[in-house]
Design a protein. Structure first.
Length: 300
């Protein structure tokens, strides 16, 4: 998508990473927090009532709140190129960020600013990579059932293009407490019992059994939706509210007190399109991105 560059830094040894979305021509964005335990940075500027009109980058990282410091690397990269919000004393890049908790996956070492800077250097408009890379490197899923194993996850991508010129791209870092299901409702990744079968987190809870100490794992799904349709911040906020349905269609249970789920919606184009159309497309793109995130899942 023109106006959007994507870069990843992956640290397989530590089991973490960072994904950067560069918006060097500036863009309009909004967000919605739909989980109860988010780790975020600089997102208030995206509120419709706040005056800063544009953002210049977006960061997804591992490392929990420590990973938020990686956003400095993106700010450094953009500042060096004189990209940012203009002030009397130079440009100030607006770079919101959100993180997942992956400190328990391999090593408790978060990605750093220099890692995000390297991701910026490698960012490209034609980067379609997904899987266990970037911010999804240490992501895991299916962490409710006692005596069950969870599975690795990753970063997923989905793109939908309509004949009328509309383009919507969704990215999802899936570090959910629940299972991931396909359109038919079948579990395709999640908690696995001692016999190697899916334990079914939702069924487990509905049976009245007690869940694991979920804060011992920590969980979050991060989603970014980009469209070439032009919208204001308040319109993107409403589209974000629609797009969360895509998360709910793919992950069960979802939006729990143990998840820090956040969705961003960003406009980088000039195509005229209705909120209803873009929101509807975004729902499906988000659902498909979540499925893509677990395509390489394995029992941990």
């Amino acid at each position: 998508m023109e106006g959007l560059k994507i870069g990843h830094f992956t640290n397989n040894d530590n089991g973490t990473g960072v994904t950067v979305f560069l918006l060097e021509q500036s863009a309009v964005g909004a967000y919605l927090i739909c989980g109860a335990a988010p780790a975020t940075h600089e997102i208030a500027v995206l509120d419709p009532e706040n005056s800063v009109p544009h953002l210049h980058g977006l960061v997804f990282s591992g490392g929990s709140a420590f990973g938020l410091f990686s956003a400095k690397g993106v700010m450094t990269y953009l500042t060096e190129r004189h990209i940012g919000h203009p002030t009397k004393h130079g440009v100030v890049p607006i770079v919101p960020a959100a993180s997942i908790y992956d400190l328990n996956y391999k090593q408790p070492v978060p990605p750093a600013a220099e890692d995000a800077y390297q991701a910026c250097l490698q960012a490209d408009e034609n980067n379609h990579d997904s899987g266990r890379i970037g911010a999804g490197t240490g992501a895991t899923i299916g962490k409710i059932c006692l005596n069950a194993k969870y599975m690795s996850s990753g970063l997923g991508r989905a793109e939908i293009n309509l004949p009328n010129g509309l383009s919507v791209i969704a990215y999802a870092v899936v570090n959910a407490v629940g299972d991931v299901r396909d359109a038919a409702g079948n579990i395709i990744a999640g908690a696995v019992d001692e016999q190697g079968n899916f334990a079914d987190c939702e069924k487990y809870l509905l049976s009245g059994q007690a869940e694991e100490n979920l804060f011992s794992q920590e969980n979050t799904t991060l989603v970014a939706v980009f469209t070439n349709a032009v919208f204001a911040k308040d319109e993107l906020k409403r589209i974000s509210k629609m797009a969360v349905a895509g998360i709910a269609r793919a992950i069960r249970p979802v939006f729990t007190g143990y998840d820090g789920d956040v969705i961003f919606c960003v406009s980088v184009g000039k195509v005229k399109m209705s909120e209803l159309t873009v929101g509807t497309v975004a729902v499906e793109a988000v659902r498909l991105a979540i499925l893509d995130a677990v395509k390489e899942s394995e029992v941990v």
